[in-house]
Design a protein around this ligand. Structure first.
Ligand code: AKG
Length: 347
């Protein structure tokens, strides 16, 4: 091992030890009760959790919303049966996840199909084999696509606005099949995730554990013509009009000749994605994952999770679970600068 390799290893060990020290008193995600009418309360949440980039469950945060009483299959069938909705469809529940096809691992995106809400709901009441439906469009779809439902939730979320001191970036509506899995990833958002009906199971890993979270470059494909007995993965060709910055080689691989050459020679769009499934981690294949600080937390209906920016998360749910989440842009502060450096060091 050369001098630079040794120094790098030492640096990453220091980070690992400091992180363990920092987190040792948190064996599970902390939990507090909402005190929305107490102006001091949002300050205490800011000081104890948000400023420290630590997750917290906020019990009863949406307990009293109209949506909690109203939102269910019968209500949607009566209120918005003919509404066209965008549904992510996969044969296996893995939208935006890694799937093996003809001996190649792909990063597979879902087929996005427009269907009537009544059709989506019938897929909830009578789920079909190899046909997993999930409303998961993250384009502020509650405000854009489900205007009829807006008055049933607290759209202002005053306490969160006080904490983040900025306006919302997006409010997303989620409803789906228990087989749907959101694979491990991170977002540049502060996230308030509210469960209206059912429950969500989150697996969380702090951003400081990036060196223990294995990544790989995968060719990108999209599920097509998903039906109960058929689907295809259509690979995305390079220079085919990719509209997502995920598809652009990240700055941290600049200078790594081997990866650059591989990407340049690939005929497909390539995406750098987490290669481990934290719900059944293969630690023989990825031994470094044994060092990760893994938190599992169930968010029950009426409660919400503050999920800090850049925390890795993997999400599963009860069947027909309905949720709404609020995204606030993260602060691109010093923590962010350190994180970008860590990305380079961990490559
Ligand atoms: O609920 C889910 O399936 C995923 C949620 C998520 O990834 C997010 O809110 O950023």
């Amino acid at each position: 091992m050369c001098y630079y390799e040794k120094t790098l290893k030492n640096c990453l060990n220091v980070l690992q030890e400091e992180t363990k020290e920092l987190l040792h008193f948190h064996t599970k995600v902390p939990c507090v009760d909402i005190e929305a009418n107490n102006p001091q309360w949002s300050w205490s949440i800011y000081r104890k959790y948000v400023a420290k980039n630590m997750p917290v469950v906020i019990k009863n945060a949406c307990r009293d919303w109209r949506a909690r009483k109203l939102w269910n299959i019968d209500y949607f069938l009566q209120k918005i049966p003919d509404k066209d909705v965008t549904v992510a469809i996969t044969p296996n529940g893995y939208a935006d996840g890694v799937i093996a096809e003809n001996n190649t691992d792909f990063f597979a995106m879902p087929e996005e199909r427009t269907m009537r809400m009544s059709e989506f709901l019938s897929n909830m009441t009578a789920p079909k084999k190899n046909f997993v439906c999930y409303i998961q469009k993250q384009n502020s779809n509650l405000l854009e696509d489900f205007k009829e439902l807006i008055n049933d939730v607290d759209i202002e979320l005053k306490w969160a606005k006080d904490i983040f001191a900025k306006s919302l970036d997006a409010v997303n509506f989620w409803m789906g099949d228990e087989r749907a899995v959101t694979s491990m990833h991170k977002d540049p958002y502060e996230n308030i995730y509210c469960v209206i009906s059912g429950y969500k199971d989150f697996i969380l890993i702090p951003p400081t554990d990036l060196p223990h979270v294995p990544y790989k470059y995968y060719p990108v494909g999209t599920f097509k013509n998903v039906s109960t007995d058929h689907y295809e993965i259509e690979p995305k060709l390079r220079n085919g009009g990719g509209d997502c910055d995920h598809f652009i080689p990240k700055p941290q691989i600049r200078g790594c000749q081997e990866i650059e050459t591989k990407l340049e020679n690939s005929k497909y769009e390539m995406l750098n994605w987490v290669s481990i499934d934290p719900s059944r981690p293969d630690t023989d294949l990825y031994p470094q994952f044994r060092n990760a600080n893994v938190y599992k937390v169930r968010i029950n209906e009426g409660d919400c999770l503050y999920l800090p920016s850049l925390w890795f998360h993997h999400v599963q749910q009860s069947h027909g679970c309905i949720a709404v989440n609020y995204w606030y842009d993260m602060d691109f502060d010093l923590k962010y600068c350190y994180y970008k450096m860590l990305e380079c060091l961990s490559t």
